[in-house]
Design a protein around this ligand. Structure first.
Ligand SMILES: [Zn+2]
Length: 574
């Protein structure tokens, strides 16, 4: 019995000191040909422009002239003539909500501004397509466009066999039918909940319109999406993003259902995008006990896959800097002389001591923290918490980040680099847009001059990345974002511009989506630039953003998206 054990030890020892045997299979042949060659194009590498590149087993083998790349061709190589098209590194969207976008898509939606006829016709169609008894949810209505007094009876007529709940454009009110009221137990005897209104008709019956917290009475009973719906919603959104050249995203708020769906998609071979998942913490800190930690955070490594990394947590520090004053500002909002000083500045939703504990704890656990911070007061609180984590733990290598950064004080911009804090900017909301007027009115014109201070942050040497926040904004199109980071105007240029002083170059705008993003994800050794040895995440586009007029960049057409050498999206032109 002893001898085999002894013998095993000897073998191990021998293996340690002897040269590796020749016969072992290696996944990377020392020499060989390319699986994929792109040539006759304009390819951007850190040194400049090249015409060709070659890829083997997902890794870039060579970048150079056509002869260099084509020399690696064999009978199995796929050779693509780019016909002058441009190749950039694949793009990263560091803040997106694909599940929400996909679920919206599955709902009963009608265009904003729909008339009574348009709206009711859409609901009737949804009712025909949906099995009786299933909920019909959708939106978004406004009373002015509807042009009539909204009443549950109008919905009952077109959808008698379904509970219906339609949200308005503000998101604060629901219009529901009789079946939905019945299921929620709302009758003529129901009293208004605190902070909400159950609107009544002339007979004293609930009309079907529910305001604020009263809408919550119905929202609470709408069944959550099924696992199949969650998977389909995610798949739909991810497919959309791949068509625009996005190869990697950060899902800025996953829950257990989303994490399970990502894992299932990956196991079925359907997850192409690289996804970082930020697990949503609502209110609760971790605590060191299981009680303080959501179960899905504990289970994260059961859901982790090669293309799905739940290595991040998300929390919200404030709201939005509009008339509701929910973003936390360092200085009071405009026109608030009548309010007490605290109310006039908005409020950071997490007390500083608790926030510091969360970030210190997450940092110790190896989890990156992403904090929603729109107002400069919330950004300051987020940076203070990151500073507290650095002081407590030393530099962990984790790039904790504040997201949105609509307003940031210069003092805070200057200290971000020294505490290794990243600014994740939202470059989709500065061209004329209804919310801008609301924000400008709330904070005053002077603060709008540095609205989303991208240039200040870059000049200060901070790491700056970009996220769309889709579907909170209607588009995730990165080419629109790249153009408007440079112009601060509507796509195509012209009209009003917003925060002119914060314009950046095309080079810097593309860096936000490529090299900076790769640094943020801790993957700069693999992603972010086109060089031999890097993973082949690439986008082929119909124009060169470095040489065309900047106002043409928004219309960029993606010809091909490649993730780790695999063509995941391709437009064939006849
Ligand atoms: Zn978001």
């Amino acid at each position: 019995m002893r001898l085999p054990v002894h013998k095993t030890c000897l073998c191990l020892l021998t293996a340690c000191i002897a040269p590796l045997p020749q016969a072992q299979t290696s996944p990377v042949p020392a020499e060989g040909s390319a699986d994929l060659i792109l040539h006759n194009g304009e390819i951007r590498s850190p040194e400049g422009w090249h015409s060709a590149l070659a890829v083997r087993q997902g890794v870039i083998l060579a970048v150079g002239d056509d002869a260099t790349a084509l020399a690696l061709r064999d009978s199995d190589s796929r050779v693509v003539d780019l016909a002058g098209a441009t190749v950039l590194p694949g793009l990263h969207d560091l803040h997106v909500h694909p599940l929400g976008a996909g679920l919206n898509q599955q709902q009963c939606n009608f265009p904003q501004g729909s008339s009574r006829a348009q709206l009711l016709q859409t609901v009737a169609t949804c009712a025909r397509e949906q099995a009786p008894g299933m909920w019909i949810s959708g939106g978004q209505w406004d009373a002015a466009s509807y042009g009539d007094v909204m009443h549950r009876a109008q919905l009952d007529e077109v959808a008698p066999a379904h509970p219906v709940a339609l949200v308005d454009i503000s998101g604060h009110s629901l219009w529901v039918n009789s079946a939905a009221l019945a299921q929620a137990g709302i009758t003529r005897d129901s009293v208004n909940p605190p902070g909400g209104i159950i609107e009544r008709d002339d007979n004293g019956e609930p009309s079907g319109v529910l305001r604020e917290s009263a809408a919550g009475l119905v929202r609470a009973i709408i069944p959550p999406a099924s696992p199949e719906q969650v998977r389909a919603a995610l798949q739909w959104s991810l497919d959309q993003m791949v068509t625009q050249g996005i190869t990697s995203i950060t899902d800025a708020g996953v829950d257990a259902a989303a994490m399970r769906a990502y894992a299932e998609l990956a196991d079925a071979g359907l997850l192409q995008l690289r996804v970082q998942g930020c697990m949503m913490l609502r209110g609760a800190a971790f605590g060191r006990s299981e009680n303080g930690t959501p179960a899905f955070v504990i289970q994260r490594n059961q859901y982790a896959r090669e293309r799905f990394r739940p290595d991040c947590v998300k929390l919200a520090l404030d709201g939005v800097p509009t008339d509701g004053h929910t973003a936390a500002m360092v200085e009071p909002y405009a026109h608030t002389d009548h309010l007490p000083a605290d109310a006039a500045k908005g409020l950071v939703m997490v007390p500083q001591a608790a926030l510091n504990d969360i970030v210190i704890d997450a940092d110790q656990r190896g989890l990156t923290v992403k904090m929603h911070a729109a107002g400069d007061g919330a950004v300051r609180a987020g940076l203070d918490a990151i500073a507290a984590a650095r002081a407590a733990n030393g530099y962990s290598g984790l790039p904790h980040n504040v997201a949105h950064n609509s307003f940031v004080q210069m003092d805070d911009i200057r200290r971000a680099r020294s505490i290794a804090a990243t600014f994740e900017m939202s470059p989709y909301i500065w061209f004329p847009n209804p919310i801008i007027a609301d924000i400008s009115n709330a904070v005053g014109a002077e603060r709008m001059q540095r609205w989303i201070p991208v240039k200040d942050a870059i000049d200060a040497g901070a790491l700056v990345v970009a996220g769309s926040d889709w579907p909170v904004v209607p588009s995730f199109n990165p080419w629109v974002a790249i153009e408007t980071l440079v112009t601060r105007q509507v796509p195509g240029g012209g009209g009003e511009s917003l925060g002119d002083a914060e314009r950046i170059s095309v080079e810097d705008a593309i860096a936000l989506f490529t090299v900076n993003a790769a640094r943020q994800l801790g993957r700069r050794h693999e992603l972010g630039s086109i060089e031999p040895g890097m993973l082949a995440d690439l986008v082929v586009i119909d124009r060169n953003p470095y040489s065309i007029p900047v106002t043409d960049i928004h219309a960029t057409q993606v010809r091909m998206t490649i993730i780790e050498g695999e063509v995941v999206h391709e437009v064939t032109t006849e």
